[in-house]
Design a binder for this molecule. Sequence first.
Ligand code: MN
Length: 287
Amino acid sequence: MKKIEKVLQAQGGHWVGDGFPVRSLFSYDREAQENSPFLLFDYAGPYNFPPATTPRGVGQHPHRGFETVTIAYEGEVSHRDSTGGGGTIRPGDVQWMTAAGGIIHEEFHSPAFTKTGGPFRMVQLWVNLPQKDKMSKAGYQGITSDDIPVVELANGAGKARIIAGDFAGVHGPARTFSPINLWDVKLNRDAEVTLDLPEGHTALIAVLTGHVTVGDTGAGEAEIIRFAREGSDVTLRADGDSQLLVLTGEPLNEPVFGYGPFVMTSEAEIRQAVIDFNSGRFGQVGA
Ligand code: MN
């Protein structure tokens, strides 16, 4: 059985552009090794947007050295990037963007959602890349809800959507650079479930809605339970209908140097990222 190491809580909220009211549940400026390979977890919303005529969001900006993974629960986001990648993600869809050697992108509410407004809720996760892959080619995986297999949990406890990695012999569609599991789990009220998480992985269970109890530790909305890397199984009890994001990953055990949207392994690599961006080497959106 895995022991609980810590419950992580949001460090207050902020807006990303004018489209994403987020709570950062963790960020690489603290405990980067403990959370490796995960760098950042932003929970956007829940928030109700009124109808508008101009899409809200965040305009063109760069990333280097990692991947951004956006999971839509409510609302729609459209994305365009300098590799020519783009698309709109809707509830149930996932955008897996590999910034790697450099990308510029923009993230806005879709035209349709802008027009209607309504409830908005998303997660954006930043996944670090191993040093050897940080300068590889940028890319984009648009994963729709239909691509994501659903596993029914034992005893009617709920269900798990397997976005990345493996669960009970079912393989998720996202391609990753290092071993990662990402499961979107819904538990029914009073359900009890035992999850088998890989020994040695960083293991995080984020509570998005509802409340769960593990042993005598509870976690509610916008809290993350971080488990020790030793051991494998975790038994959760849902105190109400609950939606969780389960993240596990093999720790990279490499230095983490970050500066805003660039995360590398040394200060020299960060300086190079700034130079490359300022000299236009990240390409441009719509080129
Ligand atoms: Mn971005």
